[in-house]
Write a protein that binds this ligand. Structure first.
Ligand code: ZN
Length: 251
């Protein structure tokens, strides 16, 4: 029986292939989210706050929500594959625990890798994601000086804290100025500093360690989302400074 079970085990190399494909898909979707966000911010910039453009913005919203839902599905699938992998590893070591005992003839891969990705995407759930809410706030802030939902400073702190966007240029280690994003690898730099590095070359390898993808000047696009984050962060610091100054005056 143990022989049979061992025979029915999926190959580790196959499970690893699934895991690495999931990683690739996740990266693609993150890239896609960035593109949609860029498009949303550029459109908001160009179209202004005209209610006639609601359809366009709604469609962009839907693309973003769909991508997040897909990404969620990939993450779930990849988590299941990771569980399958550790089951196979335990089985290979002869180290199965009582919960691991599966019925003879039961397909281990089927047991772990459920067909969840075939279910309809849950866009409503995507609406509660941090990514989506950040998108809404950033798009809103393109045409409004007051934050969405009348957020106060404290809430804004939270928004900034939850964002993964860095406002520091990896080359100058100073706050990003006119941030541009490389289309190929999505790395962000201060425009003047990365442009300097081209000297007379048409292309240079991305200067981020471990990246090195070839980038041309024309492939460095204005990163409006990062611009917004920098603005927000500077505003937050100013407010904090003002509050500190007030404290001192009170004393
Ligand atoms: Zn790069």
């Amino acid at each position: 029986m143990s022989q049979l079970q061992a025979d029915s085990l999926p190959q580790l190399t196959d499970v690893d292939k699934i895991l690495s494909n999931c990683e690739k898909l996740k990266k693609l979707m993150e890239k896609h989210e960035q593109s949609i966000k860029q498009a949303a911010l550029s459109l908001a910039n160009v179209l202004g706050d005209d209610p006639n453009n609601k359809d366009i913005m709604d469609n962009i919203d839907k693309s973003f929500l769909t991508t997040i839902a897909l990404e969620d599905a990939v993450i779930t699938y990849s988590r299941n594959a990771a569980n399958l992998k550790s089951h196979v590893e335990r089985a290979t070591r002869g180290n199965l625990n009582s919960q691991d005992r599966i019925g003879l003839g039961e397909n281990l891969a089927d047991k772990y890798l459920k067909d969840d990705y075939k279910k309809p995407l849950n866009l409503e759930r995507s609406k509660t994601s941090v990514k989506y809410n950040n998108l809404k706030r950033e798009v809103h802030s393109v045409n409004h000086s007051t934050p969405l939902d009348g957020l106060n400073d404290e809430d804004e702190d939270l928004v900034v804290a939850s964002q993964t966007i860095s406002i520091i240029c990896p080359l100058s280690q100073a706050t990003l100025v006119e941030p541009v994003r490389a289309e190929q690898c999505l790395h962000v730099f201060s425009k003047a500093i990365i442009f300097q590095m081209f000297k007379n070359s048409a292309q240079i390898p991305c200067p981020i360690a471990g990246c090195g993808r070839q980038i041309a000047k024309t492939q460095l696009k204005r990163a409006i989302d990062v611009e917004e984050t920098v603005k927000k962060e500077l505003r937050r610091k100013e407010n904090q400074q003002r509050r500190n100054d007030d404290d001192i005056t009170e004393v």
